[in-house]
Every structure is written in structure tokens, then in C-alpha cells.
Design a protein around this ligand. Structure first.
Ligand SMILES: C[S@@+](CC[C@H](N)C(=O)[O-])C[C@H]1O[C@@H](n2cnc3c(N)ncnc32)[C@H](O)[C@@H]1O
Length: 247
């Protein structure tokens, strides 16, 4: 079974703890006092605390840490020239979900590198070990490398395909340009850059995610080849998949 770590774990564990404390306090109150006011207060505490705890648990499990949700990576992979790729880089690979998602289309002979800042303050377990383990389970021997997307620790023109899945939105808007330029710099002139993004744009930006990423990608000197909106299984706004080549 895959294990992709717990996202936003600090915030969510805190919210879960708070909810449980309030609910338990309500239960304790009704056990100690029998008056009507106490019972009402206890019911309110159990209701509020229990709801908060249950909501937090459901966000921790959406998607569950073991779920791959391959369809979105498939949508990216089928637009990329992966069959002939000798060297593939997945920027912001994290715990390896995107590597496992792309795995069926990666040639067995390819050298696959995954880079990330591997910050486990946001994703519990984020690190080279989980990236390696999950990729291995999907049949990919990945080389994890610690590095920032805005200053990629690779020489120019060193990969045939460079991907960034659900990563760019994590960066402040003013760093999107530098990160995209890095994707272009490390990609061979005849290679391809593939981006899978969530349907969100920076605050105060009033364009669709598709338009936003199109513009940023073009500004970074990449020539857009395909753009696809990928419907989400949870019914939310579609993901954006973009494939471009170094112009
Ligand atoms: C939502 S996760 C996506 C992980 C994986 N690509 C996937 O599709 O599941 C975002 C990842 O981006 C990484 N990340 C955030 N800022 C980064 C940066 N400046 N450079 C490299 N990676 C970064 C995080 O550490 C995290 O692993």
C-alpha cells in the first residue's frame, strides 16, 4: 500500500485535538452534573467538538494518504513524449505521488530524478525516503534530490521531460516566474515540460487558472503545446494540465 503522508498535518492535528477536547469536556460535564442547563451545555459541546473533529478527519482523508488518484497524472502523462525519454525530472515530487502516478508511462530504461525541498512541516513524512519507497512500489527507481524549484540543482538541458505536479501553487506568486524558468532551463531544447495544477490562482488575480498558468508559462519562454482541463472526481473545479516546450 502507498503512504503519501498527511497533508497540512500540524493545522489538522491541532484542529482534531481541539474538537476532541471540547467534545470530551461535554461528556465529562454531563457525567458530573445532572441539571438541565448542564445537559444542554454538554450537548452543545459534544455537537461543536464532535463536528470539528469529524470534519478534520474527513479532510485528512481527502484524498486518503494511501490514495493515488492516478487519473490526473494520466492526463498529464498522455500529453508528454515519455516513451522516448532517457532522463525525466519530477520537480516537487514530495512523497512520490506524482512519480507513482506517472509510472505506467515511464520507460523502464529512463533515469528518473525527483526533486523537492522535502519540508515535513506541511506534509508529515515528506522526505526522500517516502519518495523512494512509493516510487519503488510503482516500479520506478527514483533518485531523490533536495532542491528548490526556483534554483534547481541541475545543469542546463539535462532532462528530456520535466514535470511539476501540484507544486507551483505552493510558491508565492512572485516566485512562479523563476520556477517556470528553471523548468525550461533544465529541459533539453527538444524536450517537454509538463505542469499539472490545482484550479487556484494567487489572491487578487482575477483570471481563470487556465489563463493564469498559460500566461506565466509563456512569460517564462516556454511554447505551449497542449492545455487540458481535467474534470475532478470530487466534482470540484477541473485541474489544469499544460505541456510546453522550450521556445
Ligand atoms: C501538493 S505537494 C505535491 C507532491 C507531488 N508532486 C504530487 O503530485 O502529489 C507539493 C510539493 O511541493 C513541494 N514544494 C513546495 N515548495 C517547493 C519549492 N520551492 N521547491 C521544490 N518543491 C517545493 C512540497 O514540499 C511538496 O512536496
Amino acid at each position: 500500500m502507498y503512504w503519501f503522508g498527511l497533508y497540512h498535518w500540524r493545522r489538522r492535528v491541532r484542529a482534531l485535538g481541539e474538537g476532541l477536547v471540547v467534545a470530551i469536556a461535554g461528556i465529562a460535564l454531563v457525567r458530573r452534573r445532572s441539571g438541565r442547563a448542564s445537559r444542554v451545555l454538554a450537548a452543545v459541546a459534544v455537537g461543536i467538538g464532535g463536528t470539528r473533529a469529524a470534519r478534520t478527519l474527513s479532510t485528512l482523508a481527502s484524498p486518503p494518504p494511501w490514495s493515488l488518484e492516478r487519473y490526473k497524472y494520466d492526463a498529464l502523462a498522455r500529453n508528454l513524449p515519455l516513451a522516448d525519454a532517457g532522463r525525466v525530472l519530477d520537480v516537487g515530487c514530495g512523497t512520490g505521488r506524482s512519480l507513482a502516478g506517472l509510472a505506467p508511462r515511464l520507460p523502464g530504461s529512463a533515469t528518473v530524478v525527483g526533486s523537492d525541498v522535502f519540508d515535513d512541516r506541511v506534509i508529515l513524512g515528506n522526505g526522500p525516503r517516502l519518495a523512494r519507497r512509493n516510487a519503488r512500489q510503482a516500479g520506478v527507481a527514483v533518485e531523490p534530490v533536495r532542491g528548490d524549484a526556483g534554483a534547481a540543482p541541475f545543469v542546463p538541458d539535462s532532462f528530456d521531460v520535466v514535470t511539476a505536479c501540484r507544486v507551483l501553487h505552493d510558491l508565492p506568486a512572485e516566485r512562479h516566474g523563476a520556477a517556470l524558468e528553471e523548468l525550461r532551463r533544465v529541459c533539453r531544447a527538444d524536450g517537454a515540460v509538463g505542469i499539472l495544477e490545482l484550479p487556484i490562482v494567487p489572491d487578487a488575480v482575477d483570471v481563470s487558472p487556465e489563463r493564469y498558468w498559460r500566461t506565466r508559462v509563456a512569460d517564462a519562454g516556454l511554447a505551449i503545446r497542449t492545455v487540458e482541463r481535467v474534470p475532478r472526481r470530487d466534482g470540484g473545479e477541473p485541474y489544469v494540465v499544460l505541456v510546453a516546450t522550450p521556445a
